[in-house]
Design a protein around this ligand. Structure first.
Ligand SMILES: Cc1cc2nc3c(=O)[nH]c(=O)nc-3n(C[C@H](O)[C@H](O)[C@H](O)COP(=O)(O)OP(=O)(O)OC[C@H]3O[C@@H](n4cnc5c(N)ncnc54)[C@H](O)[C@@H]3O)c2cc1C
Length: 364
């Protein structure tokens, strides 16, 4: 029987697997339970739908267990130029999506990942004295749940509208396009649609923040994180709501085409969806553990503490306090781990949860 289980084989599960073997856990001790053995499957579909060409994250947005050397170093070696490193020092290096996906594929091949994946969707986690039972797959001492986003969100009033498509579903652009939302996916869609000659109407509830990463940099530092962890629950909920509001990076690549199109009368902001030919919902994902059947059941059956009707309350190491003790661990990674790390739904966030999980697997 293997000792460690990772439920969910997306990027967060993959980063965890790589971190565990780098930290000395025998791959034979790890079972990954996931419906798909390609760790980039979900990510690739979404990035392709919005025609993303570059990563939002910087050099350290990769799947390796340590931040350095990141993708800038790899790029510099391959192209025999220092440019990626210089750009990286100024936080201006963003790998291409193609390079990132090649990197995932290369790691997948050489890490033995595919051999550890058992094709399964786990429906229930049951706590036992010495571990956790996962459906009929056995009992595991240490379990990491990395089940990703539970689905796309489409505003109710648009669900039955035949013009509607979600930004993360494959689509082309009609002559006039209404884009609902104001985060990175929306900004990407404004520029995509404008570049095909469409007229774009941006519908947004609030003005998006402009920042390079999806949370402000201080929250990625030990100091910022310590301050976040000290916040009482109510303030932590309010902080998370604020931090996770829509944002996209500053930069000419967004501002120039939009300003040009606005001057030509092809881009404007409106308060509500109008008579456009197509409505693209860049409205992201369903939010909160209740939308994920596995997490909802885990909370309900074990009476776990939650906050803000959305977050499972976690320890600073992403483990679930009521179910984790000296001999067993259950921890979360990816979006569901925001209580421990606001940028949990990023590659850096996956690394944070993975290292904390490794510490527990190694010492128990
Ligand atoms: C378009 C886009 C661009 C992004 N760009 C960046 C970027 O530049 N830099 C960055 O750091 N981050 C980026 N992110 C954010 C982040 O890296 C992704 O959200 C990442 O895919 C999260 O990985 P995950 O494993 O949590 O979720 P996913 O990749 O969605 O994987 C979850 C997996 O769990 C499986 N699963 C679900 N339920 C169960 C179950 N009950 N049993 C077994 N398996 C289950 C699913 O089938 C899926 O395979 C981006 C996200 C998107 C959408």
């Amino acid at each position: 029987m293997t000792r460690v289980a990772i439920v969910g084989g997306g990027l967060a599960g993959f980063v965890t697997y790589l971190t565990l073997i780098h930290g000395g856990i025998d791959p034979e001790e790890i079972t990954v339970l996931a419906p798909d053995s390609d760790p980039a499957a979900a990510w690739r579909r979404r990035a392709a739908a919005i025609r993303q060409t570059h990563m939002r994250s910087e050099s350290d947005g990769h799947c390796l267990p340590t931040s350095f050397p990141g993708l800038a170093v790899r790029d510099a070696r391959r192209r025999r130029t220092l440019t990626p490193l210089l750009r990286s020092i100024c936080d201006r290096y963003h790998p291409t999506v193609i390079d990132f996906l090649d990197h995932v594929e290369e790691l997948r091949g050489r890490s033995g990942w595919s051999a550890r994946v058992r094709s399964a969707r786990v429906e229930r986690v049951r706590a036992l004295a010495d571990g956790f039972e996962l459906d009929g797959h056995g009992v595991f001492r240490h379990v990491l749940l990395a089940t990703g986003h539970p689905g796309n969100v489409v505003p109710e009033e648009l669900r039955d509208d035949p013009r509607t498509v979600h930004a993360y579903e494959p689509h082309d652009y009609a002559k006039s396009v209404c884009v609902v939302g104001a985060g990175l996916a929306a900004a990407t869609e404004w520029v995509n649609a404008l570049s095909t000659g469409s007229t774009v109407i941006s519908v947004r509830r609030r003005e998006p923040a402009r920042r390079p990463l999806n949370v402000p940099r201080p929250y990625l530092t030990r100091r910022g994180l310590t301050a976040f962890h000290r916040l009482p629950d109510e303030r932590r909920v309010a902080t998370l709501r604020e931090l996770l509001a829509p944002s996209y990076p500053p930069g000419r690549e967004w501002d120039e085409p939009i300003a040009r199109a606005a001057a030509e009368g092809r881009f404007r902001v409106e308060a509500a969806v109008n008579g456009a030919d197509q409505v693209i919902c860049a409205t992201g994902f369903l939010r909160g553990y209740r939308h994920d059947p596995l997490l909802r059941r885990l909370v309900d059956e074990h009476d776990l503490a939650t906050a803000g009707d959305r977050w499972i309350v976690l320890d600073t190491d992403s483990s679930v306090p009521a179910l984790t003790n000296e001999s067993r661990t259950i921890a979360l990674a990816g979006v569901s781990a925001q209580w421990a790390y606001p940028a949990a739904d990023t590659l850096m966030g996956a690394r944070y949860a993975a290292h904390a999980f490794l510490r527990r697997c190694r010492t128990r």
